[in-house]
Design a binder for this molecule. Structure first.
Ligand code: PRP
Length: 216
């Protein structure tokens, strides 16, 4: 049996769509329930529904053989996993955002405060450019940082751009593009090689059969 850790929330539906298209029975998982573990009717796959930021931990420790998580989460967690496939949905970008007048000249030469759910990504991004920062870790609604004066800028994901726009903020700098990725436990890839390879190959065919620019 293969155990798959699925990120609850914005990636879950699209991940289930793909798994269903490759013939994995996800009916039970789609039900409106508080259950966290599901087994497909034929017993071939078990799903565990985890918080997005916890997917890498479950896969690293082998509790799950496979995980589906956003590249943002993988970068932030930095765990030793095999990233096997770009699933090409959940597309967004990681960016530095703030008020429009917060341009580069006004932020250099001083320590800037950065509010973010991604402290590791933010620390590395600014360290690479020699900018001193104070990171303030928040768990959500990070746009409030500049709005309330808690921080100068934020590092966050931007999808449609609506949240920034409606709060009078703009992207100041892009960090990297983000999409959902399939990750595999390093030991499972050896011990369950054939089953995992089959899943990866069918997902790859499905993903490559779709237009890259199709909806995220
Ligand atoms: C995410 C992110 C932004 C928003 C971006 O927050 O942190 O706030 O979505 O999406 P948009 O560009 O389409 O507006 P999420 O909805 O996950 O909620 P949170 O702020 O509570 O983490």
């Amino acid at each position: 049996m293969i155990t798959i850790a699925l990120a609850k929330g914005r990636l879950a539906d699209k991940a289930l769509d793909l798994l269903e298209q490759m013939g994995i029975d996800c009916e039970e998982v789609r039900k409106d329930t508080r259950k966290l573990i599901f087994t497909a009717r034929d017993g071939s796959v078990r799903f565990i529904m985890v918080k997005p930021s916890d997917v890498p931990a479950y896969v690293e420790y082998g509790t799950a053989d496979i995980g589906i998580a956003g590249k943002d989460t993988l970068l932030e967690e930095g765990r030793p996993l095999y990233e096997m496939l770009d699933l090409k949905f959940g597309k967004c970008r990681l960016a530095v955002a703030g008020f429009e007048n917060m341009n580069e000249s006004s932020i250099s030469n001083s320590i800037i405060r950065v509010a973010t759910k991604y402290p590791n990504i933010a620390r590395k991004f600014f360290a690479d450019r020699g900018q001193s920062v104070e990171i303030i870790r928040l768990n959500g609604s990070v746009e409030l940082g500049p709005l309330t004066g808690l921080s100068d800028v934020i590092v966050d994901i931007v999808e449609s751009g609506r949240t920034l726009k409606e709060n009078g903020l703009v992207v100041l700098e892009e960090i990297c593009p983000v999409s959902a990725r399939l990750v595999v436990n390093q030991v499972s890839l050896k011990t369950k090689h054939d089953e995992i390879r089959r899943i990866i190959d069918s997902l790859k065919r499905l993903v490559e059969g779709k237009n890259d620019d199709s909806d995220n």
